[in-house]
Write a protein that binds this ligand. Sequence first.
Ligand SMILES: Nc1nc2c(c(=O)[nH]1)N[C@H]1C(S)=C(S)[C@@H](COP(=O)(O)O)O[C@H]1N2
Ligand SMILES: [Mo]
Length: 252
Amino acid sequence: MSGLSRRRVIARGLAAAAGLSGLALAERIADRYGLVPPDGGGVYGPGETLTYAAHRLLTRRSQAREFSPSQISSTPFANEVAKPTDAFKRLQADGFRDWTLSVEGMVARPASLSLDDLRRLPVRSQITQVVCEEGWSYVAQWIGTPLFEVLNAVGLLPQARYVVYVSTEPDTWDSIDLHDALHPQTLVTYAMNDADLPVPFGGPLRLRVPRQLGYKSVKYINRVIATDNVKRIGDGKGSAAAGAGYAWYAGI
Ligand SMILES: Nc1nc2c(c(=O)[nH]1)N[C@H]1C(S)=C(S)[C@@H](COP(=O)(O)O)O[C@H]1N2
Ligand SMILES: [Mo]
């Protein structure tokens, strides 16, 4: 059974067991655990809320699968990206010396971090799979600092519920809830397979969210924004991909 249909069955089972309609169950679970997708009760309606809530309940402590070094793909596939902007090319010509990650929003000490600043934070390396919604995947080693280390460094405020991350690629941004933002496998990644992260794979900086589909792992990030609400950003669906019809929550 595919992950998606398995989740549907689980969600239906939960609803049946509780003797509730989808909407009532979604609301009850969401209320109880604070599991509300940014569009909860809105455009996506109860189906999305229920899938998200059911998946979250079942995977609260789960880790994305990690692989052994011998399983690293010898020919990882870099998906096509938009042509780099002139601003990106200027930064690249200088070895990304001036690349910064701005950390802003609901944080005590907003900061602009260079790649060297990020390299000074605790390092984590993990071998995980990029899984594209189109059906292909590859395994690579990703090296960086957990997003929670960055958020701790700037003092995440208690009101924050989501973390938005923005690419230098126009109209490319996404968001995750705090569960994923603070998860130890969510990595601000600057290296891959023991080398600086190559540009086709998102260099110099990419957020790896290995517990969700590949499109949540946005390349070329230069802004991270902690917020309590994503409704006022873009078209209010929590990400550019969601605006284009993909699920905001893409757990695997
Ligand atoms: N900036 C940016 N990030 C992106 C994309 C993109 O087009 N632009 N594509 C996404 C999609 S759909 C997938 S499946 C993965 C692919 O990662 P890869 O290029 O390392 O295979 O990157 C994601 N991150
Ligand atoms: Mo993808």
